[in-house]
Design a protein around this ligand. Sequence first.
Ligand code: ATP
Length: 237
Amino acid sequence: MALLEVSSLSVSYGRVAALADVSLTVREGEIVTVLGANGAGKSTLLKAILGAVPVKGGGITFADIDLTRAAPHKRMAQGLVLVPEGRRILISLTVEENLLLGAHMRTDTGAVRGEMNAIYDRFSNLAERRHMPASCLSGGEQQMLAIGRAMMARPRLMMLDEPSLGLSPLFVSKLFDLIRELNAGGLSVLLVEQNTGKALKVAHAATVLELGRVTMAGEPAALAADPRLQAAYLGGG
Ligand code: ATP
C-alpha cells in the first residue's frame, strides 16, 4: 500500500523552479532513496513533503490523506518526521532534552519514557551522556541523537536528509545498519543521500533528480547498473 504519494509536484523559490513535475511513491515498509547532485532539489522535496516550503502545483498524499496544503504540525501528527541536513541538534541542551524535544507533540508521557529507554538501550553512547550537553558528542553520535530524537515522535515515515554527510566510515556503516534495522522493525524511510552506492544497497526503490526533475527511477539494482548513473554518481565511466 502506498504510504506517501507525491504527484507532479512543483516548488519555486521566486522565479527559480526548484522542483518541476516530481512524482514519487513510498510504500508501507519500504526504503526509498532520492539521489542527485547538489542543487538538484532533494532538500526542497523533503521540505515540501513536511510543509516547510509552499507547493506551487501537484499533490502530497500521506496514508490516504491529502496533505498538500496542511500545516507542518498536522503532517507530523500523521507520522511524518524529518531528520534535517546538518542534524540540527541543540548543542547547549542535554542529550535527554534533545530526545524529549522529539516527543513534544505526544501526550502519552508514560510511553515516552519507555521509548527513551529503548533508545538508550540501542545507543549506549547516548545513555552514558544523557545528562551532558549534546556538544560533547562526536558528529556520528550527534547523527544518532538526531535519529533518536526523530524516533521519539513515533513516525510512520522517517525522512533523512544526507545523514552520512561528514561521518567517519565507521559511523557511515553504523548509520546504514541502523536504517536497515529501523526499517526491519516496520519503519518506512525516505532517504536523501550523496553516498549513492550505500543508498542503492539499502533501498527498495530509487529516484534520481536533476535540476528539479526526475530523470531516472526504479529498482536500485537496475539503477546501479545504469551507465548514466555510474558515470555521474558511482565514479564509473
Ligand atoms: P544540496 O545537496 O546542496 O542540499 P539539493 O539537491 O538538496 O542540494 P535544494 O537545496 O533543494 O537542492 O535546492 C534546489 C534549488 O533551489 C537550487 O537551485 C537552490 O539554489 C535553490 N534554493 C534552495 N533553497 C532556496 C531558497 N531558500 N531560496 C532560493 N533558492 C533556493
